[in-house]
Design a protein around this ligand. Structure first.
Ligand code: SAH
Length: 286
């Protein structure tokens, strides 16, 4: 990285500099996954796979050591490219979103044993009955949020359900400021340790109940819920800017992706987009 003035948000590759290779160090006996768990759109089943394990960061090489030890060639660029091509085929057209998906090293957000599945278009377990979301749906939600009257410009966005921090990293490339809330303390810590080595300056992680939103920093141009409730909490609707867009899965076993736009101070419009499958939105913190 040079000493030049930095413009935010920084691209991850810009932050890393050319010499940095985001590959995880591999052992001589190649990293084969312990379990084939990846199937698209099955967040709850996938979440249940590794219920009692420790979060990924606890088992991973320390970030600083990872930078030094990386010796494998860059392979994740190519597999990530294939993932992005699939997302494009599934209908995501927003170039800025596709570029962000190409930039963020998803394999660093899952435990090493699952790293080889990181670019399959599927949700994967991250512990505590939760999942990293399916790449297609991450891209789709961000595309929908960006499709606003300001040509995609997003100042401040809020994510409910940080999980391992992957979607927050993608959001950091399309919005000026990203706030992300997680209700499970160890996952909040996991996201912090996953994001730290990427040195992304415009993400703020918060431990708390996202159903209450983040009134201290509201209003938001965009809000994304990464967990499904039976309805979108009223407090979130009130924390949107006029013209702001909220994208959320709604439902229990049968879920639909809902887009809500704030039309005026007292008016919101709502649209149903497509079926989806997310882990449940829950109140309170643990
Ligand atoms: N954004 C993640 C997906 C995480 S899964 C990604 O990048 O892939 C959804 C997350 O929402 C879980 O970690 C779960 O604990 C969290 N969650 C559920 N209800 C919540 C609430 N009320 N407030 C904050 N987080 C919540």
């Amino acid at each position: 990285m040079t000493g030049k003035t930095k413009r935010f948000p920084l691209s991850l590759s810009a932050v890393a500099g050319k010499s940095v290779n985001w590959e995880r160090p591999t052992s001589p006996t190649s990293p084969s996954p312990s379990k084939a768990v990846a199937t698209p759109q099955t967040a709850t089943q996938n979440a249940a796979q590794h219920v009692n394990r420790k979060p990924a960061a606890a088992m991973r090489t320390a970030p600083a050591a990872a930078v030094v030890e990386r010796q494998t060639p860059l392979i994740s660029d190519a597999v990530r490219h294939a993932m992005v091509a699939r997302i494009g085929k599934l209908g995501v057209r927003d170039d800025k979103v596709l570029r962000a998906m190409q930039t963020v090293p998803r394999h660093l957000f899952v435990e090493p044993a699952l790293a080889s599945q990181a670019y399959i278009d599927a949700s994967l377990p991250i512990g505590y009955h939760q999942t990293i979301s399916q790449p297609y749906i991450v891209a789709r939600m961000i595309e929908v949020m960006r499709n606003n009257a300001k040509g995609g410009e997003l100042n401040r966005v809020l994510e409910i359900g940080t999980g391992c921090g992957y979607q927050a990293a993608v959001l950091s490339l399309v919005a000026k400021e990203v706030y992300s809330i997680e209700r499970i303390k160890p996952l909040h810590e996991l996201a912090k340790s996953n994001l730290r080595p990427l040195r992304i300056a415009n993400i703020r992680l918060h431990y708390g109940d996202g159903m209450l939103g983040f009134p201290q920093v509201a209003p938001f141009d965009g809000i994304i819920l990464a967990a499904a409730g039976i309805e979108v909490p009223q407090s979130l609707l009130e924390q949107m800017t006029i013209g702001g867009r909220l994208v959320a899965p709604v439902g229990t076993r049968h879920q639909i992706l809902q887009l809500i736009e704030r039309v005026s101070k007292f008016e919101w419009s709502s649209e149903t987009l497509e079926e989806c499958h997310f882990v449940p939105l829950r109140a309170g913190t643990v």
